[in-house]
Design a binder for this molecule. Sequence first.
Ligand code: OAD
Length: 253
Amino acid sequence: MNSDHKSPAAPCSAELLLRLKEAGRIVVFTGAGISAESGVPTFRGENGLWKKFRPEELANIDAFMRNPDLVWQWYQHRKEVISSVRPNAGHDAIAAMDQRYPSCIVVTQNIDDLHRRAGSRTVHELHGNIERNYCMTCRRPATPEEIAGQTKAPLCVACGGLVRPDVVWFGELLPEEEWNASVEAATAADVFFAVGTSSVVYPAASLPTDARRAGAYLVEVNIERTDLSPMADEVLLGKAGEVLPALLAYVEH
Ligand code: OAD
């Protein structure tokens, strides 16, 4: 039965506590909400990026071809924001699970690298990474030195093609290896956490329900209920940076 866990005495149900004590394989699937407490804006919701900017003007290949410099500058701006922030208690708790469990795989829709910076060792980035860039013509990765300080979309030093951020835009396929590894991890998980995601962008959003169908106990962590909530075994309402450390401390108690 699906339940929202709100007991003041314990941060989760007895069922989840038992599952977490016995689990060998944990998967943590994250979205922009996990980085919100670090100061990285989310996409949807009141102060979300998509309230201020139109995704069709910034996050797809046609937009980039139409106005490469505008899209480039937007990603440079986001990169500056991301490089000025630090992982928060939520990222840290997930990295701590990496130490506690035989397998703790992070599958993230975020491009901010904060899970790795917090110490998580296996991180599948479904939507790319803002630190990487590559040439659209010859696919050569651009080095950080080549793109440093570029205020306009740079040209490839090898072939003169346009260099773009290595992120997934709307309408593009997810990186195949990362996706296959994520599906494999999800369908082998004992406990699957969906943390800080509105769970509306597919195919990533299919992972929690795929995991549950394959036998995982599905736990959602979010400040509010989402479209995924009715499918979850348990919904932990609250900030990831508060809920996850409390949960971990409770399991280790
Ligand atoms: P969204 O902005 O759609 O959702 C963020 C979720 O985090 C919401 O459900 C919030 O309620 C929740 N949230 C906010 N603060 C939180 C906190 N402190 N603790 C826990 N939850 C919190 O972001 P995503 O689901 O990541 O794709 O969006 C998915 C994709 O849509 C992104 O990867 C991006 C975007 O368009 C592309 O750009 C391709």
